[in-house]
Design a binder for this molecule. Sequence first.
Ligand SMILES: Nc1ncnc2c1ncn2[C@@H]1O[C@H](COP(=O)(O)OP(=O)(O)OP(=O)(O)O)[C@@H](O)[C@H]1O
Length: 252
Amino acid sequence: MLELCAAGLRSVPTISALDDRIEAGELLAIVGPNGAGKSTLLGLLSGFRPAETGCVRLDKRPLSDWTPLRLAKRRALVAQRLELGFDWPLRELVALGSEAEAGDVHRALDALDLLPLADRGVLSLSGGERQRAMIARALCQLGSLNANGEDGGLLLLDEPTSALDIGQQQRLMRLLRRLAESRRMAICCVLHDLNLAARFAHRVWLLEQGQRIASGTPSEVLHAAQLERVFNAQLELLQSQHLSTPVLALRS
Ligand SMILES: Nc1ncnc2c1ncn2[C@@H]1O[C@H](COP(=O)(O)OP(=O)(O)OP(=O)(O)O)[C@@H](O)[C@H]1O
């Protein structure tokens, strides 16, 4: 779905040239320390920051060739900072700028546990509710929940769990994994919680100073020695008989 051919940014903040593909059916996590360039990289993958070296192609066409309207139907970015602006009723915010019908909005609100809040003004929502509202809106934008036979588009999320309690974190990550697998979406998500990345992502990119220094399955990338160095943290890897990947814990 998305192809990077020596794609990068020369101007500050720089992103070193990347070659890779993000395919339909895949949930990719991007991890790395503060300031590593994760949000900047999402900008590059989404086309909001045009590539300054190489090329980013969506469905084999350079992002720069897409009209804004067509691109908005194929890829959505849920940014870290949420600008709500006006006090829309939630169900209107979720449908805003898309061709979503009432049924699509209902499904998106339901998927994000927001149906009871559908008629509330968005400025009255809590931080976690707002965060889920913007994800529901992105799913409507892409038409992902009613994609019949076709793949459900490219969804890019910047720290989508940062305001969520642990129950909502689990529900969201399960939803994203399910959407990737059953709706054939390509989902790329910046995460600070390495345990969420380990548990739910098919693949992980580890970023350091604008450079991808590791890519692979969670167990290939998230090993203690590498993480201790990159994050300057002291960690313990705990094995659980119920989990396929180890749990990362901070030492006191
Ligand atoms: N316009 C700019 N001019 C100069 N430096 C910038 C600019 N925008 C961002 N930066 C710097 O580029 C680096 C990468 O920023 P970015 O937001 O991509 O990091 P991040 O990995 O997403 O960080 P965080 O985990 O803190 O959200 C940071 O050090 C940031 O201060």
